[in-house]
Design a protein around this ligand. Structure first.
Ligand SMILES: [Zn+2]
Length: 289
């Protein structure tokens, strides 16, 4: 029997008890053999909470509030990063700053949005966390750690003045920014789907599609334009296009914040309040459905 993860589904035996393995959404206890109207014998959570699919309204409100706070740090961090980067580049252009100091400052300020993103991708709880090795949430966190390592490496290179190809370093950074933006957008869409608001998840799908077309288009266009030129020029052009897409993906993340990410943050904050309300009612003996 196929089970659409998005919709509540559970099988009952002839006595009206759960006939399939069903983990409690709060503690992971196997609820098989229990009535869906009861509570988990381990932690007391209403069993219906564990049967309502992955609808965000029935998720842990404490977890939701934590990721909303993470989004706040991310958005404030991005605004700060944008301001500092513009100011630093202006000072650099007017020769008031050494380039190593400028790049070091910009890199250091980027740690704040990375920290916010880390918090915005906290695991739900041990019991309901997806156990597959590859998840979108883990992909975001992998790119956060990689970006952090990339910044640290750049700092060490700048301080040590060691033999480093800055072209290669920039290319790796661009690839990491692409991975960070793409995985975060896909992760947000997976959360948007759990609100059951089609319009919201469609707008994320639209942004992701547009972004994918932009990336592929940039690479194909440069490749087509230079298809007759010697290989080294082609390679250099592709490296150039990819390196441009890195900063561009960062700019896109900043540009999207007021239009899409802030309204989504508001929505998640409201859902967290409603989820807390549902929990309170459940504790008082009220059960959903
Ligand atoms: Zn439980």
């Amino acid at each position: 029997m196929s089970h659409d993860r998005r919709f509540p589904y559970y099988a009952l035996d002839n006595d009206g008890r759960l006939s399939s393995e069903t983990p409690c959404s709060a503690c992971g206890y196997n609820l098989r053999g229990l009535s869906p109207d009861g509570v988990c014998p381990e932690c007391g959570t209403a069993i219906k909470h564990s049967l309502l699919g992955d609808f965000l309204y029935f998720s842990d409100p404490i977890w939701l509030r934590r990721i909303v706070r993470g989004m706040d740090i991310l958005h404030i961090g991005l605004a700060g990063f944008f301001a500092v980067a513009c100011g630093t580049l202006a000072l650099l252009a007017s020769n008031h700053l050494r380039s190593s100091t400028a790049l070091g400052t910009i890199g250091l300020v980027f740690v704040v949005p990375l920290a916010g993103l880390w918090r915005a991708t906290l695991a739900e709880s041990a019991a309901v966390e997806d156990r597959r090795p590859f998840t979108l949430r883990r992909a975001v966190r992998f790119s956060i750690v990689s970006c952090g390592a990339w910044l640290l490496l750049g700092l060490l290179f700048a301080l040590g003045g060691g033999p480093v190809s800055w072209e290669g370093y920039a290319l790796i950074g661009a690839a990491l920014m692409l991975l960070l933006l793409s995985s975060y957008l896909l992760y947000l869409r997976s959360l948007a789907r759990r609100t059951y608001d089609r319009e919201l998840s469609t707008s994320f799908t639209g942004v992701i599609g547009g972004w994918g077309v932009t990336c592929v288009g940039a690479l194909v266009l440069t490749a087509c334009y230079f298809y007759q030129v010697p290989r080294s020029v082609l390679v250099r052009t592709l490296v150039g296009a990819a390196t441009c897409l890195g900063p561009f993906s960062l700019l896109m993340l900043i540009a999207m914040t007021p239009a899409l990410l802030l309204p989504f943050r508001e929505r998640l904050a409201r859902i967290a309040d409603m989820a807390a309300d549902t929990r309170r009612k459940a504790e008082a003996g009220w059960t959903p459905m």
